[in-house]
Design a binder for this molecule. Sequence first.
Ligand SMILES: NC(=O)c1ccc[n+]([C@@H]2O[C@H](COP(=O)([O-])OP(=O)(O)OC[C@H]3O[C@@H](n4cnc5c(N)ncnc54)[C@H](O)[C@@H]3O)[C@@H](O)[C@H]2O)c1
Length: 383
Amino acid sequence: MKTINVGLIGCGFMGRTHSNAHRRLGNFFKLEHQTVLKAICDFNEEKAKAFALTWGFESVETDWRKLIAREDIDLIEIAAPNNLHAEIAVAAAKAGKMIICEKPLAMDGKQGLAMVKAVEKAGVPNLVSYNYRRIPAVTLAKNLIDEGRLGRIFHYRAKFLQDWTISKDLPQGGDALWRLDAKVAGSGVTGDLLAHCIDTALWLNGDMDRVNAMTETFIKERKHNLTGKIEKVGIDDACAFLARFANGSLATFESTRYARGHKALYTFEINGEHASIAWDLHDLHRLQYFDHRDPGILRGWRSIHVTDGDHPYMGKWWVPGLQVGYEHSFVHQLADFLEGLANNKTTGPTFRDALATQYVCDAVLKSARTGRWEKVSKIRQSS
Ligand SMILES: NC(=O)c1ccc[n+]([C@@H]2O[C@H](COP(=O)([O-])OP(=O)(O)OC[C@H]3O[C@@H](n4cnc5c(N)ncnc54)[C@H](O)[C@@H]3O)[C@@H](O)[C@H]2O)c1
């Protein structure tokens, strides 16, 4: 068995999901590679030391540059805030490390393109953690669409709703709240939440051509945790946009952190010529499916409990009828990445795939500023 030594940067929310994936992987997936939690890196040393103990990392670093310079590290995982992704990824690629980077790829498309160039020039395997692709019901949706069961696609509808930033007293900046600070996050719900919806949509329904968006910042000023001052809020609190896909289908996307009662309501529905599918993160192990070709007396929405051994990934887990959850999407992502390494196959979403999502986000934010339809930049093959 080949060993891959992991250096993980960031021990917050995503640091935990990535560490948990490494811990569970070998017990459920029989792979040619095994990963070793070699080093955890966080600029908060106390937090990093406690994290190393909890998850079993062999060593602690506080400077990601030192981590990247270490010869005993093969794979760098970036689970730090968005403004750090580009600098870390470009340095890791130059050092010849494999990279798994959290989403969104970058602060904007320009930065994202530099990252794509860096990993492709270095020839290092790379993956961006758009983990919702690897929820078995979502992968099943992909398989059904690729088999042509829906026929021509007419509509794509997605939303991602939360309600945790409604209080005007919530500060911006620092752990988790960096999401409200545009200098660190790049954007608000567009890069944080809609990026997930966009990645899934591009994967399921192909390229997006143009978008027309509106955004709003409901709370204009918030105290900054790091400066202690009241500062302007630069992120979009809410975003809704229309889109046209290259396959001729029409789409609507909506995201907000001001939808009282919703914590993480990611849903999508796709309507095709023969069939429709719908999925809801709050019920993530189910896929709703309607097929017009069913005999009339039986026609109706089916709620598929995605737990059978022949459903994506499910043969690796328990027995039919017993479901898996959110954290398993990170295990699946890692398993696919390692399987790709073993078979010399590229596993998506690569940095290049994630750049396409970044370009949609850029076009959405541009359209919200101009009030016009905006074209989505195309990725050149040689970029
Ligand atoms: N795939 C998903 O569904 C998903 C979900 C949440 C977050 N994310 C992404 O993951 C990344 C991290 O988000 P999070 O929720 O884990 O944030 P978090 O605030 O919980 O954790 C970030 C960690 O990074 C550390 N950090 C900050 N600056 C650092 C530096 N210079 N060097 C080393 N460590 C540093 C912080 O101390 C903190 O421990 C973001 O890019 C975010 O968009 C993805």
